[in-house]
Unconditional design. Sequence first.
Length: 276
Amino acid sequence: MTNLLFRFVKQAASLAQKRCAASPTAVSDPTGHGFPGWKHVTLHFLRVHMDATYREIVDWASEMDRVRGLLQLSRTAFPAPSTLYRSFERVPMSIWRGFLRESANICDPGSHGAIDATFFDRETASRHYQHRSDRHIRTLKTTALVDTDSCAILDLHCSAHWPHDTQTGRRVALRNTEKIESLAGDKGYDDQSLRDDLRSEDVRPLLRHRLFAAYDHAHNARLDSGLYGQRWMAETAFSAIKRRFGPAVQPRAWYREFRELVLTAAVYNLEQALKQ
């Protein structure tokens, strides 16, 4: 267990160093003070992996000799929990998506993708807070593009407004056409313009048609049953995340919730890579 934890930290630190060097951003302090941002990012990966609070992860990591050596920090040099909390939102969403993409590459993905959506609960905050902040939407709709070979999550889209699958599916699919050669999706992604756009990017659409006429049955019968049958891998990834990390998001602000889900997906990818 200890070796597995340290292997995870090493992988997370390597990913954080690589990504932070490619996209410099102020993480530890807007004025440039403090230690490098990749150390903050590594602690955030470890926080989600260990299902810990900000205070707990600072206390635990400061007592782990091998983790301190990897981060090159003394026991008294770790950031305060409030500093780590603020650093989480300083990293732009685009950078967190970059971490997700890099973590998927570690899993050695194939060329076939599956797309699906699920909901995460937002009701962990108190009822008083929800009423005071006028927050009535109780779930987040999350759409994921999953590689069917490794079950790694390639991309993630979050929304508190529940857009239709064809809208989020288009956004997720078309920004990842260079990673996949075919894409499977259920009837919720039935959109002819999306199919045309995917074909124009040399991606084979395997999107099931809704049944309105006899020719819709014919279209579905012509789908590659072997590739389309792998669509369940997207559901498997969601199920694994909810069983491992829970079906709810902890942050209160919507932008922190989005970041937390993307970070959770990246942690899931790293854990998948360690199992290979």
